[in-house]
Design a protein around this ligand. Structure first.
Ligand SMILES: CC(C)(COP(=O)(O)OP(=O)(O)OC[C@H]1O[C@@H](n2cnc3c(N)ncnc32)[C@H](O)[C@@H]1OP(=O)(O)O)[C@@H](O)C(=O)NCCC(=O)NCCS
Length: 429
């Protein structure tokens, strides 16, 4: 039986160390025993962007980027997209198992009763400029929620955490719809708790003077599936932010605001917007070959292609491509779809993209669906933040229950000057 350990020789001292290997990892803190002398701090691992550092043990989401696999709690994303609902998937992420019928009913009811937000939230949103970016408003409003729920600070009480989880899942669509209505100059629409989660969101977005908003079942299902696909993606930038902020013991509203802020960045939640701009720039199918030529010549990137983790077709992109056809049957075909399909066809045959293992990612088609449904591009990251709230909360909850977790606090390699004496102003020139 080969030993599950790593033998390291420090060539500075000639000493050897035996580091245990568990689950394919060594503990970075085991490196600290490697010293040149007793005054030495010990070896630390340098890993900018955490390219090869696991910050937690997690049983929530599994990704195999080489094989294009994504699973929540062991269930393939394709099966969840086909057969589950967003709220059931949120339950799965948070509890680890699919709910029984009665557990699901209780879960849905527990969330639905929290869909309203305090009336002061309206005044708060009213204070934003008419063309404020919806994501900036969402981030601030979620942070503002922490001031309404003072009990939320008791993060070590599981019952209190559970209550805030219900509230956050329930209120994110309401806040998202309010900021959308604020931009549109339309009155805020109260939640309609006779509707399902996604239908209620659509009602709060689009209802005008009619008593009940008639939600199109195909669009409702499509948005629900998009919510399932975006619900979690293990330790990405915003999720790491959620865990890092949560590790300080702050309330979950403040932590979600920080996670949403990380998602706001164009390298994370904004790529689907970039795809729309790229497709508009290309304009027609005839413009595709010239655009591909430019990309291969290093003049820009093919947005919505390539992924840090997936070196294969992003499994979510496959589901979204099918979904797009169903949505376009209702909304009419997005004229940019043909440009996207042609881009994908050429790229998947071209050696430049094949040799670099660049495949469509989740953002390649999702923006086209959002656009066809009538969302302005600035709402795209908000549509990502709503479902990712389930993942953020599941990861936060897992972190709170993990006895190994402490306040997140990376080390640094100090490159600053050594100690020196303060220089008087008169002597600085
Ligand atoms: C997602 C992304 C940031 C991942 O980047 P990464 O893992 O750091 O990969 P790299 O930037 O090291 O790229 C590796 C090679 O592929 C090329 N490449 C990567 N993505 C490319 C793209 N979308 N179009 C053209 N070339 C691309 C790079 O130029 C590089 O080529 P080289 O080896 O000749 O220099 C990158 O693929 C990208 O910018 N994609 C477009 C934006 C996007 O869709 N983002 C959403 C992700 S969900």
């Amino acid at each position: 039986m080969p030993q599950s350990s790593l033998t390291v020789t420090d060539n500075r001292t000639g000493r050897q160390y035996e580091l245990p290997i568990q689950d394919g990892t060594i503990r970075s803190t085991d490196l600290r025993q490697i010293k040149t002398d007793s005054g030495d701090f010990g070896l630390i691992a340098y890993d900018p962007a955490f390219m090869n550092t696991a910050s937690c043990r997690s049983a929530i989401t599994f990704i195999d980027g080489d094989r294009g696999i994504l699973r929540y709690r062991g269930y393939p994303i394709e099966q969840l997209a086909e057969r589950s609902t967003y709220l059931e998937t949120a339950y799965l992420l948070l509890h680890g198992e699919l709910p029984s019928r009665s557990q699901l009913e209780k879960w849905i009811e527990g969330i639905t009763v929290h869909t309203m937000v305090n009336e002061n939230i309206k005044k708060f949103i009213d204070g934003f400029h008419y063309d404020a970016h919806p994501m900036g408003m969402v981030i601030s409003t979620v942070a503002g929620l922490s001031t309404f729920y003072r009990d939320a600070r008791q993060v070590h009480d599981p019952e209190v955490r559970r209550r805030q989880i219900h509230r956050l899942l329930a209120k994110m669509p309401t806040i998202a719809a309010y900021v959308f209505r604020h931009n549109a100059g339309r009155p805020y629409i109260y939640p309609d708790n006779t509707l399902g989660y996604t239908a209620n969101f659509l009602s709060m977005l689009w209802r005008m003077s009619e008593g009940t908003y008639a939600v199109h079942p195909v669009l409702e299902r499509a948005l629900d599936v998009l919510f399932i696909l975006h619900a979690d993606h293990e330790q990405n930038c915003s999720t790491s932010a959620m865990r890092g902020i949560g590790s300080s013991g702050v309330d979950p509203y403040s932590a979600i605001a920080g996670a949403a802020a990380a998602l706001y960045g164009p390298l994370h939640g904004g790529a689907n917007e970039a795809v729309i701009h790229m497709l508009n720039e290309i304009g027609t199918v005839a413009g595709v070959p010239a655009f591909i030529r430019d990309v291969k010549a290093g003049k820009g990137r093919l947005m919505g292609f390539g992924h840090r983790v997936y070196k294969n077709y992003d499994p979510r992109a496959r589901v979204i491509k099918r979904l797009a056809e169903e949505v376009f049957d209702v909304t009419g075909r997005n004229p940019m779809l043909d440009v996207a399909l042609e881009l994908e066809r050429i790229a998947l045959e071209d050696d430049y993209f094949v040799s670099r293992r660049l495949y469509p990612n989740v953002d390649f088609y999702s923006g086209l669906i959002y656009q066809a449904m009538g969302f302005p591009v600035e709402m795209f990251p908000v549509l990502f933040a709503i479902p990712r709230t389930a993942g953020w909360l599941a990861q936060w909850e897992e972190g709170m229950r993990d006895p190994e977790q402490k306040i997140a606090r990376p080390r640094q390699v100090n490159t600053g000057p050594g100690v020196r004496d303060y220089v008087a102003m008169s002597k600085r020139d």
